[in-house]
Ligand binder design. Structure first.
Ligand code: GDP
Ligand code: MG
Length: 370
Protein backbone atom coordinates (compact mmCIF):
# COMPACT_ATOMS: atom_id res chain seq x y z
CA UNK A 1 0.00 0.00 0.00
CA UNK A 2 1.08 3.51 -0.72
CA UNK A 3 0.44 6.21 1.83
CA UNK A 4 1.34 9.84 1.36
CA UNK A 5 3.40 11.78 -1.16
CA UNK A 6 6.97 12.94 -0.64
CA UNK A 7 5.54 16.43 -0.46
CA UNK A 8 3.05 15.55 2.31
CA UNK A 9 5.70 13.68 4.25
CA UNK A 10 8.02 16.66 4.13
CA UNK A 11 5.34 18.98 5.48
CA UNK A 12 4.50 16.54 8.30
CA UNK A 13 8.17 16.61 9.27
CA UNK A 14 8.41 20.35 8.79
CA UNK A 15 11.26 20.19 6.29
CA UNK A 16 11.35 21.26 2.64
CA UNK A 17 10.44 18.70 0.00
CA UNK A 18 13.80 19.35 -1.65
CA UNK A 19 15.59 18.12 1.44
CA UNK A 20 13.46 14.97 1.38
CA UNK A 21 14.23 14.36 -2.27
CA UNK A 22 17.93 14.96 -1.67
CA UNK A 23 18.01 12.46 1.18
CA UNK A 24 16.14 9.94 -0.98
CA UNK A 25 18.77 10.31 -3.69
CA UNK A 26 21.52 9.72 -1.17
CA UNK A 27 19.69 6.53 -0.22
CA UNK A 28 19.46 5.54 -3.85
CA UNK A 29 15.71 6.21 -4.10
CA UNK A 30 14.55 8.50 -6.85
CA UNK A 31 11.23 10.06 -5.92
CA UNK A 32 9.30 12.98 -7.34
CA UNK A 33 7.43 15.57 -5.32
CA UNK A 34 3.97 14.07 -5.73
CA UNK A 35 4.99 10.45 -5.74
CA UNK A 36 3.17 8.40 -3.12
CA UNK A 37 5.44 6.35 -0.91
CA UNK A 38 5.01 2.92 0.61
CA UNK A 39 5.43 2.12 4.29
CA UNK A 40 9.01 1.01 3.94
CA UNK A 41 10.12 4.14 2.09
CA UNK A 42 8.30 6.40 4.57
CA UNK A 43 9.92 4.62 7.52
CA UNK A 44 13.41 4.91 6.02
CA UNK A 45 13.07 8.55 5.01
CA UNK A 46 11.46 9.58 8.32
CA UNK A 47 14.25 7.79 10.15
CA UNK A 48 16.82 9.94 8.32
CA UNK A 49 15.04 13.00 9.69
CA UNK A 50 14.83 11.58 13.22
CA UNK A 51 11.18 10.52 13.12
CA UNK A 52 9.49 7.29 14.09
CA UNK A 53 6.38 6.51 12.11
CA UNK A 54 3.34 4.84 13.57
CA UNK A 55 0.88 3.29 11.14
CA UNK A 56 -2.63 3.19 12.44
CA UNK A 57 -4.60 0.03 12.90
CA UNK A 58 -7.81 -0.45 10.98
CA UNK A 59 -9.89 0.03 14.15
CA UNK A 60 -8.54 3.51 14.62
CA UNK A 61 -9.04 4.33 10.96
CA UNK A 62 -12.65 3.24 11.24
CA UNK A 63 -13.24 5.41 14.28
CA UNK A 64 -11.73 8.40 12.50
CA UNK A 65 -13.74 7.80 9.37
CA UNK A 66 -16.97 7.51 11.32
CA UNK A 67 -16.26 10.89 12.82
CA UNK A 68 -15.98 12.47 9.42
CA UNK A 69 -18.96 10.72 7.88
CA UNK A 70 -22.32 11.90 9.10
CA UNK A 71 -25.68 11.91 7.38
CA UNK A 72 -27.07 15.41 7.08
CA UNK A 73 -30.43 14.29 8.52
CA UNK A 74 -28.80 13.04 11.75
CA UNK A 75 -27.26 16.42 12.49
CA UNK A 76 -28.69 18.89 14.97
CA UNK A 77 -27.53 22.32 16.04
CA UNK A 78 -24.88 22.40 18.74
CA UNK A 79 -23.48 25.09 21.02
CA UNK A 80 -20.43 27.05 19.87
CA UNK A 81 -17.13 26.33 21.62
CA UNK A 82 -15.31 29.52 22.55
CA UNK A 83 -11.78 30.34 23.70
CA UNK A 84 -10.84 33.67 25.25
CA UNK A 85 -7.38 34.93 24.42
CA UNK A 86 -5.42 38.13 24.91
CA UNK A 87 -2.53 39.84 26.64
CA UNK A 88 -1.75 39.06 30.27
CA UNK A 89 -3.81 41.13 32.76
CA UNK A 90 -6.24 42.30 30.11
CA UNK A 91 -9.01 40.36 31.85
CA UNK A 92 -9.34 36.85 30.39
CA UNK A 93 -9.80 35.15 33.75
CA UNK A 94 -12.12 37.89 35.02
CA UNK A 95 -14.32 37.63 31.95
CA UNK A 96 -14.48 33.83 32.14
CA UNK A 97 -15.33 34.05 35.84
CA UNK A 98 -17.98 36.68 35.30
CA UNK A 99 -19.67 34.67 32.57
CA UNK A 100 -19.55 31.48 34.61
CA UNK A 101 -21.00 33.10 37.70
CA UNK A 102 -23.58 35.34 36.02
CA UNK A 103 -25.08 32.64 33.85
CA UNK A 104 -26.15 30.30 36.60
CA UNK A 105 -29.62 28.92 36.08
CA UNK A 106 -32.00 28.38 38.98
CA UNK A 107 -31.41 24.64 39.16
CA UNK A 108 -27.68 25.14 39.38
CA UNK A 109 -27.68 27.42 42.39
CA UNK A 110 -25.80 25.99 45.31
CA UNK A 111 -23.32 24.01 43.28
CA UNK A 112 -19.75 24.91 44.05
CA UNK A 113 -17.75 25.95 41.03
CA UNK A 114 -14.76 23.80 40.30
CA UNK A 115 -12.07 24.55 37.82
CA UNK A 116 -12.32 21.79 35.22
CA UNK A 117 -10.96 23.62 32.19
CA UNK A 118 -14.26 24.08 30.40
CA UNK A 119 -17.85 24.98 31.14
CA UNK A 120 -21.18 25.41 29.39
CA UNK A 121 -23.55 28.28 30.15
CA UNK A 122 -27.02 29.32 29.07
CA UNK A 123 -27.33 32.93 27.93
CA UNK A 124 -30.26 35.17 28.84
CA UNK A 125 -31.74 34.40 25.42
CA UNK A 126 -31.76 30.73 26.40
CA UNK A 127 -29.02 29.40 24.19
CA UNK A 128 -25.89 27.52 25.19
CA UNK A 129 -22.25 28.50 24.81
CA UNK A 130 -19.31 26.33 25.82
CA UNK A 131 -16.17 28.05 27.07
CA UNK A 132 -12.73 26.55 27.19
CA UNK A 133 -11.19 27.85 30.36
CA UNK A 134 -7.55 27.00 29.80
CA UNK A 135 -4.94 29.37 31.15
CA UNK A 136 -3.54 31.60 28.44
CA UNK A 137 -3.40 30.53 24.86
CA UNK A 138 -0.64 27.97 25.43
CA UNK A 139 -3.23 25.25 25.74
CA UNK A 140 -4.93 26.39 22.56
CA UNK A 141 -1.59 26.31 20.75
CA UNK A 142 -0.67 22.95 22.26
CA UNK A 143 -3.98 21.47 21.19
CA UNK A 144 -3.61 22.86 17.71
CA UNK A 145 -0.08 21.48 17.47
CA UNK A 146 -1.59 18.09 18.26
CA UNK A 147 -4.03 18.54 15.43
CA UNK A 148 -7.04 19.16 17.64
CA UNK A 149 -9.48 21.63 16.19
CA UNK A 150 -11.80 22.44 19.03
CA UNK A 151 -12.55 26.15 19.11
CA UNK A 152 -15.29 27.61 16.90
CA UNK A 153 -14.97 31.26 17.92
CA UNK A 154 -12.16 33.19 19.62
CA UNK A 155 -12.81 36.21 21.83
CA UNK A 156 -9.80 38.52 21.88
CA UNK A 157 -9.74 40.60 25.06
CA UNK A 158 -8.00 43.97 24.96
CA UNK A 159 -7.90 46.25 28.01
CA UNK A 160 -9.20 49.70 27.11
CA UNK A 161 -6.84 51.37 29.59
CA UNK A 162 -3.84 49.71 27.96
CA UNK A 163 -3.02 48.98 24.32
CA UNK A 164 -2.87 46.29 21.67
CA UNK A 165 0.08 44.34 23.06
CA UNK A 166 2.43 41.67 21.64
CA UNK A 167 0.31 38.83 23.06
CA UNK A 168 -2.83 40.45 21.63
CA UNK A 169 -1.25 40.32 18.19
CA UNK A 170 -0.01 36.79 18.77
CA UNK A 171 -3.48 35.65 19.79
CA UNK A 172 -5.03 37.27 16.71
CA UNK A 173 -2.41 35.60 14.53
CA UNK A 174 -3.07 32.19 16.10
CA UNK A 175 -6.81 32.51 15.58
CA UNK A 176 -6.36 33.65 12.00
CA UNK A 177 -3.91 30.83 11.26
CA UNK A 178 -6.46 28.36 12.60
CA UNK A 179 -9.19 29.96 10.50
CA UNK A 180 -11.31 30.66 13.57
CA UNK A 181 -13.57 33.75 13.59
CA UNK A 182 -12.60 36.52 16.02
CA UNK A 183 -14.72 38.77 18.20
CA UNK A 184 -13.05 41.68 19.98
CA UNK A 185 -13.93 42.38 23.61
CA UNK A 186 -12.70 45.81 24.66
CA UNK A 187 -12.51 45.30 28.41
CA UNK A 188 -12.19 47.50 31.51
CA UNK A 189 -14.39 50.25 30.06
CA UNK A 190 -15.44 51.03 33.65
CA UNK A 191 -12.03 52.53 34.28
CA UNK A 192 -11.72 56.33 34.01
CA UNK A 193 -8.56 55.91 31.95
CA UNK A 194 -10.31 53.65 29.43
CA UNK A 195 -9.96 54.73 25.82
CA UNK A 196 -11.77 52.25 23.55
CA UNK A 197 -11.21 54.42 20.46
CA UNK A 198 -7.47 54.09 20.88
CA UNK A 199 -7.85 50.29 20.90
CA UNK A 200 -10.02 50.33 17.77
CA UNK A 201 -7.42 52.54 16.11
CA UNK A 202 -4.55 50.21 17.03
CA UNK A 203 -6.50 47.19 15.85
CA UNK A 204 -7.18 48.85 12.52
CA UNK A 205 -3.45 49.25 12.08
CA UNK A 206 -3.17 45.49 12.02
CA UNK A 207 -6.08 45.14 9.60
CA UNK A 208 -8.63 44.30 12.24
CA UNK A 209 -11.34 46.79 11.41
CA UNK A 210 -14.33 46.57 13.76
CA UNK A 211 -17.93 46.83 12.52
CA UNK A 212 -18.47 50.26 14.10
CA UNK A 213 -15.73 51.48 11.83
CA UNK A 214 -17.10 49.76 8.75
CA UNK A 215 -15.07 46.59 9.14
CA UNK A 216 -16.11 42.96 9.41
CA UNK A 217 -15.07 42.22 12.98
CA UNK A 218 -17.71 42.23 15.69
CA UNK A 219 -16.60 43.96 18.85
CA UNK A 220 -18.11 44.81 22.20
CA UNK A 221 -17.13 47.16 24.99
CA UNK A 222 -17.31 45.24 28.26
CA UNK A 223 -16.42 45.38 31.90
CA UNK A 224 -15.57 42.01 33.34
CA UNK A 225 -15.79 43.72 36.72
CA UNK A 226 -19.34 45.14 36.54
CA UNK A 227 -20.61 42.86 33.80
CA UNK A 228 -21.45 45.76 31.51
CA UNK A 229 -21.78 44.59 27.90
CA UNK A 230 -21.05 40.94 28.68
CA UNK A 231 -24.51 39.68 27.73
CA UNK A 232 -24.24 41.61 24.43
CA UNK A 233 -20.87 40.00 23.85
CA UNK A 234 -22.44 36.57 24.28
CA UNK A 235 -25.19 37.45 21.79
CA UNK A 236 -22.50 38.42 19.29
CA UNK A 237 -20.82 35.07 19.84
CA UNK A 238 -24.15 33.39 19.05
CA UNK A 239 -24.54 35.51 15.92
CA UNK A 240 -21.10 34.46 14.74
CA UNK A 241 -21.94 30.85 15.56
CA UNK A 242 -25.13 30.99 13.50
CA UNK A 243 -23.08 31.79 10.41
CA UNK A 244 -20.96 28.72 11.06
CA UNK A 245 -24.03 26.42 11.16
CA UNK A 246 -22.46 24.26 13.84
CA UNK A 247 -24.00 20.80 13.90
CA UNK A 248 -23.37 17.40 15.40
CA UNK A 249 -25.05 14.02 15.69
CA UNK A 250 -26.13 13.32 19.27
CA UNK A 251 -27.29 9.77 18.41
CA UNK A 252 -23.89 8.15 18.09
CA UNK A 253 -20.87 7.12 20.13
CA UNK A 254 -19.12 10.14 21.57
CA UNK A 255 -15.99 11.55 19.98
CA UNK A 256 -14.07 14.55 21.26
CA UNK A 257 -10.94 16.01 22.73
CA UNK A 258 -9.18 15.82 26.07
CA UNK A 259 -8.95 19.28 27.65
CA UNK A 260 -6.92 18.37 30.70
CA UNK A 261 -6.29 15.35 32.92
CA UNK A 262 -4.60 14.60 36.19
CA UNK A 263 -4.38 12.14 39.06
CA UNK A 264 -6.60 12.99 41.99
CA UNK A 265 -5.57 11.35 45.25
CA UNK A 266 -9.06 10.40 46.31
CA UNK A 267 -10.73 9.73 42.99
CA UNK A 268 -8.09 8.34 40.66
CA UNK A 269 -7.53 9.71 37.17
CA UNK A 270 -9.78 12.63 36.39
CA UNK A 271 -10.06 13.94 32.84
CA UNK A 272 -11.95 16.90 31.45
CA UNK A 273 -13.24 15.82 28.08
CA UNK A 274 -15.08 17.88 25.54
CA UNK A 275 -17.67 15.81 23.69
CA UNK A 276 -17.73 17.19 20.15
CA UNK A 277 -20.18 14.83 18.53
CA UNK A 278 -22.28 11.98 19.85
CA UNK A 279 -23.41 11.41 23.42
CA UNK A 280 -21.25 10.03 26.19
CA UNK A 281 -22.92 7.77 28.73
CA UNK A 282 -22.03 6.13 32.01
CA UNK A 283 -20.52 2.72 31.25
CA UNK A 284 -19.16 3.71 27.83
CA UNK A 285 -15.74 2.37 26.87
CA UNK A 286 -13.48 5.33 26.13
CA UNK A 287 -10.17 5.27 24.30
CA UNK A 288 -8.23 8.51 24.89
CA UNK A 289 -4.69 8.76 23.57
CA UNK A 290 -2.79 5.90 25.16
CA UNK A 291 -5.37 5.33 27.89
CA UNK A 292 -8.75 3.70 28.11
CA UNK A 293 -11.43 2.85 30.60
CA UNK A 294 -15.13 2.55 31.32
CA UNK A 295 -16.90 5.77 32.30
CA UNK A 296 -17.61 5.40 36.03
CA UNK A 297 -18.93 8.89 36.68
CA UNK A 298 -19.34 12.23 34.96
CA UNK A 299 -19.73 15.64 36.56
CA UNK A 300 -20.12 19.18 35.25
CA UNK A 301 -18.17 22.26 36.39
CA UNK A 302 -20.38 22.57 39.44
CA UNK A 303 -19.64 19.05 40.53
CA UNK A 304 -23.13 17.82 39.71
CA UNK A 305 -23.49 14.27 38.49
CA UNK A 306 -24.35 13.77 34.82
CA UNK A 307 -25.83 10.65 33.25
CA UNK A 308 -24.94 11.67 29.71
CA UNK A 309 -23.18 14.42 27.79
CA UNK A 310 -24.16 15.45 24.28
CA UNK A 311 -22.30 17.47 21.61
CA UNK A 312 -20.28 20.53 22.74
CA UNK A 313 -20.56 19.47 26.38
CA UNK A 314 -17.54 19.36 28.68
CA UNK A 315 -17.50 16.67 31.34
CA UNK A 316 -15.21 15.72 34.11
CA UNK A 317 -14.82 12.00 33.74
CA UNK A 318 -13.74 9.22 36.10
CA UNK A 319 -12.73 5.77 34.93
CA UNK A 320 -9.63 6.07 32.73
CA UNK A 321 -6.55 4.01 33.57
CA UNK A 322 -4.25 7.03 33.24
CA UNK A 323 -4.07 10.70 32.33
CA UNK A 324 -4.19 11.37 28.58
CA UNK A 325 -2.60 14.55 27.24
CA UNK A 326 -4.42 17.80 26.53
CA UNK A 327 -5.39 17.72 22.88
CA UNK A 328 -5.61 13.92 22.63
CA UNK A 329 -8.66 12.75 20.71
CA UNK A 330 -10.99 10.34 22.42
CA UNK A 331 -13.48 7.90 20.96
CA UNK A 332 -16.10 5.67 22.52
CA UNK A 333 -15.70 2.12 21.27
CA UNK A 334 -17.88 -0.98 21.26
CA UNK A 335 -15.21 -3.35 22.38
CA UNK A 336 -13.29 -2.96 25.61
CA UNK A 337 -10.75 -5.47 24.35
CA UNK A 338 -10.02 -3.39 21.23
CA UNK A 339 -9.74 -0.19 23.23
CA UNK A 340 -7.31 -1.88 25.62
CA UNK A 341 -5.19 -3.19 22.75
CA UNK A 342 -4.93 0.15 20.98
CA UNK A 343 -4.18 1.95 24.24
CA UNK A 344 -1.46 -0.52 25.10
CA UNK A 345 0.07 -0.30 21.60
CA UNK A 346 0.20 3.43 21.95
CA UNK A 347 1.74 3.32 25.43
CA UNK A 348 4.33 0.93 24.08
CA UNK A 349 5.11 3.34 21.23
CA UNK A 350 5.39 6.21 23.67
CA UNK A 351 7.71 4.27 25.96
CA UNK A 352 9.97 3.33 23.06
CA UNK A 353 9.85 6.87 21.81
CA UNK A 354 10.74 8.41 25.13
CA UNK A 355 13.66 6.03 25.43
CA UNK A 356 14.96 7.19 22.11
CA UNK A 357 13.65 10.74 22.50
CA UNK A 358 12.73 10.82 18.87
CA UNK A 359 10.03 12.74 17.09
CA UNK A 360 7.09 10.79 15.78
CA UNK A 361 4.28 10.94 13.28
CA UNK A 362 1.17 8.83 12.99
CA UNK A 363 -0.28 8.03 9.60
CA UNK A 364 -3.40 6.42 8.35
CA UNK A 365 -3.81 5.25 4.78
CA UNK A 366 -4.40 8.64 3.30
CA UNK A 367 -1.82 10.28 5.49
CA UNK A 368 -4.01 12.14 7.92
CA UNK A 369 -2.31 12.78 11.16
CA UNK A 370 -4.04 11.47 14.29
P1 GDP B 1 -5.78 37.87 32.65
O1 GDP B 1 -4.32 37.85 32.96
O2 GDP B 1 -6.04 38.27 31.23
O3 GDP B 1 -6.49 36.61 33.03
O4 GDP B 1 -6.40 39.07 33.52
P2 GDP B 1 -7.22 39.01 34.87
O5 GDP B 1 -8.61 38.56 34.64
O6 GDP B 1 -6.43 38.28 35.88
O7 GDP B 1 -7.30 40.57 35.22
C1 GDP B 1 -6.15 41.33 35.54
C2 GDP B 1 -6.52 42.44 36.49
O8 GDP B 1 -7.45 43.32 35.86
C3 GDP B 1 -7.21 41.94 37.76
O9 GDP B 1 -6.75 42.70 38.84
C4 GDP B 1 -8.67 42.21 37.50
O10 GDP B 1 -9.39 42.42 38.67
C5 GDP B 1 -8.63 43.45 36.64
N1 GDP B 1 -9.76 43.54 35.72
C6 GDP B 1 -10.15 42.60 34.83
N2 GDP B 1 -11.23 43.04 34.14
C7 GDP B 1 -11.53 44.26 34.62
C8 GDP B 1 -12.54 45.23 34.31
O11 GDP B 1 -13.39 45.07 33.45
N3 GDP B 1 -12.51 46.41 35.02
C9 GDP B 1 -11.57 46.66 35.97
N4 GDP B 1 -11.63 47.82 36.58
N5 GDP B 1 -10.61 45.76 36.28
C10 GDP B 1 -10.59 44.58 35.63
MG1 MG C 1 -5.66 34.84 33.74
Amino acid sequence: TEFISANDLSSLMDVSVNEVIKVCMQLGMFVSINQRLDAEAITIIADEFGYDVEFMTTEEEQALEEMQEENEEDLVERAPIVTIMGHVDHGKTSLLDYIRNANVTAGEAGGITQHIGAYKVKTESGRNITFLDTPGHEAFTAMRARGAKVTDVVIIVVAADDAVMPQTKEAINHAQAAGVPIIIAINKVDKPSANPDKIREELSQMNILVEEWGGKYQSQEVSAKSGLGVEDLLEKVLLEAELLELKANPERHAIGTVIEASLDKGRGYVATMLVQTGTMQIGDVVLAGSHYGRVKAMTDHRGRKMKEAGPATPVQLLGLDGAPQAGDKFVVMDSEREAREIASNRSQMQREQSLRTRKHITLDEIGRRL
